[in-house]
Design a protein around this ligand. Structure first.
Ligand SMILES: C[S@@+](CC[C@H](N)C(=O)[O-])C[C@H]1O[C@@H](n2cnc3c(N)ncnc32)[C@H](O)[C@@H]1O
Length: 161
């Protein structure tokens, strides 16, 4: 996911839902030394450990739907890459669409938004609605084959304007 999104060539990278930092580690290892990383995480208990583990990055406690506002404040408009492992299936349709809309406004014209979801959720109503919303907002949406070596298996949507 990090490789496909082009993190290695990015100047500005935003991660939504950094959590315990598993994806953050891959992002940090792939980024250029002069690139900048901003993580937005809702759960305040993750913020301090993330700041300690990745002192070169910035982490803000807040909802991903505020990504445009936070990115504006932190000089991350318009980001080259936005990556997420957000739990879309527990979002209300309003929150899902608010996040997708804000991501679209935050992304650079040639940027890529990648979001990983559990494989199989595309057959459930929430998964189908997520794909529909992504396709309604982004011009191109590419879906990865199942990533079966991940537990649980995932698939990734790569979205661009
Ligand atoms: C599946 S976990 C991500 C796991 C993360 N990649 C890791 O390595 O731990 C989803 C994360 O999204 C965060 N999250 C959930 N809703 C959010 C929201 N509206 N805005 C920002 N983060 C959110 C959760 O707190 C959780 O850390």
């Amino acid at each position: 996911m990090v490789h496909e999104t082009g993190v290695a060539n990015a100047q500005t990278v935003i991660e939504l839902g950094s959590g315990s930092g598993a994806i953050t580690t891959c992002i940090a290892e792939s980024m250029r030394s002069d690139a900048r990383l901003l993580g937005i995480e809702n759960n305040s208990t993750f913020i301090e450990p993330l700041r300690q583990q990745f002192p070169q990055a910035q982490f803000i406690q807040g909802c991903a739907s505020r990504v445009r506002c936070i990115a504006g404040e932190k000089d991350f408009l318009f980001a080259d890459c936005i990556l997420s492992t957000l739990p879309w299936s527990i979002f209300t349709p309003e929150l899902r669409d608010a996040v997708i809309g804000a991501v679209h406004l935050t992304l650079a014209g040639n940027g890529v938004f990648a979001t990983a979801v559990c494989y199989g959720t595309q057959h459930l109503p929430a998964g189908r609605d997520l794909e529909k919303s992504l396709r309604a907002v982004f011009r191109r949406v590419k879906v990865s084959p199942p990533v079966v070596w991940n537990m649980p298996p995932m698939r990734v949507y790569y979205c661009s304007k």
